[in-house]
Write a protein that binds this ligand. Structure first.
Ligand code: CTP
Length: 398
């Protein structure tokens, strides 16, 4: 139920605008207050009267004349909103939001609001995959804008591909999860590993990898918000720790191993999103290594312990173990193989070479692999991926 919650729904001029009517209707049935702001183009597709009837409120259309006759100033909607939702969100709206353009009622209200923003993109596949749209999407996600969809399927333009707006029921679920976050992990101890490890060569040099830690930090934050007691074992990263989470810093794979051996048996769910180095330097030089001109420089590396495998060997009854497989080829095969070898219950596989997936970026494209099968997920923010992983881990526990 959404009693007492105020949703401001922006409707832009995409053919999916008609589905926004069902979003309003569902929100009203959950007792939310709904105000609708339409762009001028949206009014060509659906009559404002339809939204006025469904929301039982005047619809704010993109003309200032109309607003003057209304009893509140347009900015007040930005202040009153508990959430602003744009469904459908066209490529044009996303571009305006990413660049702070406020040239109509909807974009002005979006720029002014401090409320969380959720967008449900809907457009032709070519427009969705265009570099400009994808870059705008990254910008929006990095500023905390939430997304739902788009999914794939038959599009109004006759194409089949990604760009199809999420169904109204999914949009309403996304709104509920933001306004009334789930507390389904209360009483659970969750340990997440994140980031790279670093392997010293000498006092000024080291070996490491591209892991940013974003996926693990998103997981830790999501599990904490769902009520879990979270320990985040983190390699060196450049992101702030989520509030309320215990952070245990580690550097090398050996220190990660030691930390995990101390803690793994007391956890209910362990999610290993870290990218531990597989090798370390055999002899760390005590002094800075001097250049030897003309000679090839040979560094001898020795194998590090496989932390996930060691955790898998110590798996406790009822415990759920989750691993990540960041691959550049044969993604599914390699991931399934690792699931078995490391005694995991769930493997999150991704092709790190795909655009919008893997290291550094705020989105990810993953497939959730269990012993029973594989579930591919569309491209979504790392936070949304985190929610899906936690949902799956909870299902595996039961
Ligand atoms: N992992 C680990 N210890 C290592 C290497 C990896 O615990 N020394 C964990 C990672 O945290 C991840 C999973 O194992 O959850 C898979 O990591 P990945 O690097 O994809 O697999 P590897 O076993 O190292 O195999 P390869 O590098 O040959 O692909």
């Amino acid at each position: 139920m959404l009693s007492g919650k105020h949703v401001v729904l922006g409707v832009t001029g995409g053919i999916a605008a008609y589905k926004a009517c069902e979003v309003v209707s569902r929100l009203r049935k959950l007792h939310a207050e709904v105000d609708v702001i339409m762009t001028q183009n949206a009014t060509r597709l659906v009559q404002p009267l339809t939204f006025e009837t469904l929301s039982n409120r005047p619809v704010c259309v993109d003309t200032f004349a109309r607003v003057e006759s209304w009893d509140v100033k347009h900015i007040s909607l930005a202040q009153k909103a508990d959430i602003m939702v744009v469904a459908p969100a066209t490529a044009n709206l996303m571009a305006k939001l990413a660049h702070g353009i406020a040239d109509d009622m909807l974009s002005t209200t979006l720029l002014a609001t401090k409320a969380p923003i959720l967008i449900a993109p809907a457009m032709n596949t070519g427009m969705w995959t265009a570099a400009a749209t994808q870059q705008n999407l990254q910008t929006l996600i990095s500023r905390g804008v939430k997304t739902v969809g788009p999914g794939s399927g038959f599009l109004a333009c006759g194409d089949t591909g990604s760009g199809r707006m999420s169904e109204p029921v999914e949009i309403v679920e996304a709104i509920q999860s933001i306004l009334c976050p789930k507390r389904d992990m209360e009483g659970l101890r969750v340990l997440v590993t994140a980031g790279p490890t670093v392997e010293r060569i000498d006092p000024v040099r080291y070996l490491t990898n591209d892991s940013s830690g974003k996926m693990g930090y998103a997981l830790a934050e999501a599990a904490h918000q769902r009520g879990a007691q979270v320990t985040l074992v983190s390699g060196p990263v450049h992101i702030a720790a989520p509030n309320g989470v215990e952070v245990v810093p580690v550097t090398s794979t050996a220190s990660l191993y030691e930390c995990m051996m101390e803690r793994c048996e007391q956890q209910d769910i362990i999610i290993q999103a870290a990218a531990p180095a597989d090798y370390r330097v055999e002899h760390i030089a005590e002094q800075k290594i001097k250049k030897q001109s003309g000679e090839p420089f040979v560094l001898t590396l020795v194998e590090n312990p496989d932390v996930a495998r060691a955790v898998g060997q110590r798996k406790q009854p009822g415990q759920v173990l989750v691993g990540f497989a960041a691959e550049t080829q044969n993604v599914m095969c390699n991931a399934q193989d690792k699931l078995q070898k490391k005694n995991l219950d769930l493997m999150v596989a991704n092709d790190v070479t795909a655009e919008g997936a893997g290291f550094g970026v705020d989105t990810n494209i993953v497939t959730l692999i269990t012993r029973d099968g594989a579930t591919p997920l569309p491209k979504m923010s790392k936070r949304e991926v985190a929610e899906h992983i936690l949902d799956k881990a909870l299902t595996l526990r039961s």
